[in-house]
Design a binder for this molecule. Sequence first.
Ligand code: ZN
Length: 365
Amino acid sequence: MKTMSVRAVKGWLLITSVLAALSLFGTVETQAGKKSDQNKADCLSWCSQHKSEGCEHCYATSACGAGYEDMKKFGKTGTWYACRKNDFGKRGEQNQAACEAYCKSNPACEKCTSSKCGKGIKLLKPFIGGGKDWYACEKTNWARHSEQAHDDAVKWCTDYKKETGEDCRIVKSGQSCPNGFYKSDRITVSWGRDYKVCLISKSDTQRVKDCSGKATANIEKALDWINAHYDTLTDFRMQPNAYRDRQAHRRMNRKFPDVTVQCEDQSNKCKNNARLSGWSATARYVNLCYSHHKKFCALVGTIIHESGHNAWIDMDRSQHIGDPGAQNDTVYQFGFRAEDLCTGTNKHKTNVVPAGSRSYDFNLN
Ligand SMILES: [Zn+2]
């Protein structure tokens, strides 16, 4: 009984240890399987999120299947692999290269992207298939307008520098002009990023507004010329009555140093009247149809004529209405005087200079 009992115990122990070993082995097996399942799940989840990079399926070996290559490994044991077609990368590069070549040669194209063009941006052309997809996207109106504004500012500065030899700088709107520079008065863009044009040449209170670079340069020259000849020009009877004549001179002396010459070439008033030189509307403004002037001295004449209106120089309204009508009223004579002095001729019979005097005239275009 005792012997049997010992044997029985030994046998029980053996069975128990075998079972224990088996159960331990089983646990290892189960753990490896769990790891592999987790890797597979990770792989499938990643793959579904990377379809655009070509991920098509997951595989338990790096072979990935015929025509496929592995693109990402999941886990150290029980490893799974995310797989894509094996020429996917190359095809994707081809799509990108084709898109970029297209975009370079198409002015409407802003950029190539492998994601989306973006909200409100038109897709110009897709480059898809075989590999990663690429898309050529249209320039936004904002980008297009900003580019145009930059080109305009560059052209403005180039023209201004060419005409004056003065420095001209461009800064983005919202930034200050460099030290020693002031912001010129140009027409600003209503849409898109705008640019400031900064000048150093003009510092006094006479201003030129909404004109091109070349026009600004020529109007500045005209103002300089008038300033240099101001005493000769205003040695002139502006009103028949002595008191009113003094008043007119006073107004001219007060207003002209603060004059703003504004180009109105974009306005219907200039566009619809090819012979209109300019007009005066507010006290210290000369409104100009700049492009209707072919010669520098004609420009001088217009600025003086309109400044004369600002100073209330006498005019015979009946003759002045419906320009260009009879042109023998006082304010016309004032402008003609300036023009004759500028051209060095007696073209308008003002007798301001002897025939053959120095001419300051030149062609504006
Ligand atoms: Zn007039």
